[in-house]
Design a protein around this ligand. Structure first.
Ligand code: TXA
Ligand code: MG
Length: 343
C-alpha cells in the first residue's frame, strides 16, 4: 500500500519522477482525470489494470505531447489522420492507428495490432509527459465500472492508497471522455462519441461512420471497453426523455417512498415545486454544463446510501448530446423513466 500524494500543477516535476520510477500518478485532462503510467514500462502498465480492477483485454489510450511521439510508435500516420491532428490536437480526439511492431507491449494494446493516441489540451499534463520523457497510458482514473472522475477528489475516493499521486488541476471542463476514432482501417469509425463531434470530423476529412452496434457478451468488439458495464452508480438510473412531461415526473416523485435523485437543468428545476422526495442536482444551463456535471451528479448520489433511484434528464443525441446520451444510456442500462409509470 502506498500513501497517495496530492500534487499541485507547479509540482509536476515531482510527479514526473514517480512516473519515471514506474509508479502510478493520476493526471488531469480537459475531459476526465486519467490514471497515468510510463507506457514503455510493462510492469507499471500492469499495475494500472490492477489499481482500476480493469479487464486485461481492454487496451489503454497512450497520451502524447507531440506528433513526433506518435511517429515513434505508429506504423504510419495516414494523411487524413494528420489533418485531424492538425485541426483538433491538443484536444478531445483520440486517434487509433496501426502500431509499429515491437514498440509498445501487449499490455498496452490488449493484444491488438493498433494503438490509441491522444494529445490532451491540459498544460500540467503536457508538462508531465515532457518531463517524464515518455508517453503515458491513461485510462479514466476510476474504479472499473464506475463513473469517470472529473475532480481530483473523485480519483482520491476510488484510488487512495492504490496509486502514488494525483495532480490536482481542479474540475475538468468537458466532463465526458474523448471521442475515439478508429483510423486503422480504410473507413474511419467513431467507436466512442465525445466533444469532437461526427460533424466536426466530417468537416475536415469527409464522411465517416458512427458505431452504434451493441456488443454481445461473447463477441470480440471493435473497442474492447464497449462490452463492459460502465458509469454505473449503486442506484438505478432512469433517463427522462428530452420530450418528457416534467409534471408527470413531479407526480410520480410525490408518491415515491424515500429520497430519489433528480438530475436536471436549472430551467427544469425552477419550473416546478418539487416534492420533498426529490433530492435535486443541477445539470446547469444546457448540454455543455450537463456533460461537465453528469459524472459528478452520479457520484454525489453514490455517496448517499438512502438513494436507490436517480432520474436524469436526457438530451437530443446530436452534437455533444451524442456523447452525453451515450454515457447516460450506459449508466442507466438503457432504462427510461416512462417504464416506471407502467409498473
Ligand atoms: O478522455 C479520455 O479519453 C480519457 C482521458 C484520461 O484521456 N481516457 C479514457 O480512457 O477515457 P479509457 O481507457 O477509460 O477509455 C478508452 C477507450 C476504451 O473503451 C478502450 O477499449 C478504447 O478506448 N481503446 C483503447 N485503445 C483501443 C484500440 N487500440 N482499439 C480500439 N479501442 C481502443
Ligand atoms: Mg474509462
Amino acid at each position: 500500500m502506498v500513501k497517495t500524494v496530492i500534487f499541485q500543477p507547479s509540482e509536476v516535476n515531482e510527479a514526473a519522477k514517480l512516473i519515471q520510477k514506474g509508479q502510478l500518478v493520476a493526471f488531469p485532462t480537459e475531459t476526465v482525470y486519467g490514471l497515468g503510467a510510463d507506457a514503455t514500462n510493462e510492469k507499471a502498465v500492469k499495475q494500472v489494470y490492477l489499481a482500476k480492477g480493469r479487464p486485461s483485454d481492454n487496451p489503454l489510450i497512450v497520451h502524447v505531447a507531440s506528433v513526433a511521439m506518435v511517429e515513434q510508435y505508429a506504423e504510419e500516420i495516414p494523411v487524413k489522420a494528420r489533418k485531424l491532428m492538425d485541426r483538433f490536437w491538443p484536444g478531445s480526439l483520440t486517434i487509433i492507428l496501426k502500431i509499429k511492431p515491437g514498440t509498445l507491449s501487449k499490455t498496452v494494446t490488449g493484444g491488438l495490432n493498433t494503438v490509441a493516441f491522444r494529445y490532451p489540451a491540459c498544460q500540467p499534463t503536457l508538462n508531465l509527459i515532457r518531463e517524464a520523457g515518455v508517453p503515458i497510458v491513461g485510462p479514466s482514473a476510476n474504479t472499473s465500472g464506475k463513473p469517470s472522475p472529473t475532480t481530483a477528489g473523485h480519483v482520491y475516493h476510488d484510488l487512495d492508497n492504490k496509486i502514488a499521486g494525483i495532480i490536482d488541476d481542479g474540475p475538468t471542463v468537458v466532463g465526458v471522455e474523448s471521442t475515439v476514432l478508429d483510423m486503422s482501417t480504410d473507413q474511419p469509425v467513431i467507436l466512442r462519441p465525445g466533444a469532437v463531434t461526427k460533424q466536426d470530423i466530417e468537416n475536415v476529412i469527409g464522411s465517416i461512420e458512427l458505431n452504434n452496434h451493441k456488443v454481445k457478451a461473447n463477441e470480440v468488439p471493435k473497442a474492447p471497453g464497449m462490452k463492459y458495464k460502465h458509469y454505473a452508480p449503486n442506484a438505478q438510473v432512469y433517463i427522462v426523455a428530452p420530450d418528457a412531461d416534467w409534471t408527470a415526473v413531479a407526480n410520480w416523485l410525490a408518491q415515491a417512498e424515500g429520497s430519489v435523485g433528480l438530475m436536471a437543468t436549472e430551467q427544469v428545476l425552477k419550473s416546478h415545486v418539487w416534492p420533498v422526495q426529490a433530492d435535486q442536482f443541477s445539470l446547469g444551463e444546457g448540454i455543455e454544463d450537463a456533460s461537465a456535471r453528469l459524472f459528478e451528479g452520479l457520484r454525489a448520489f453514490d455517496d448517499q446510501q438512502e438513494i436507490h433511484q436517480i432520474l436524469c434528464q436526457g438530451f437530443l443525441p446530436t452534437g455533444l448530446g451524442a456523447a452525453y446520451m451515450n454515457r447516460l444510456n450506459k449508466s442507466a442500462g438503457g432504462t427510461f423513466f416512462r417504464e416506471l409509470l407502467t409498473k
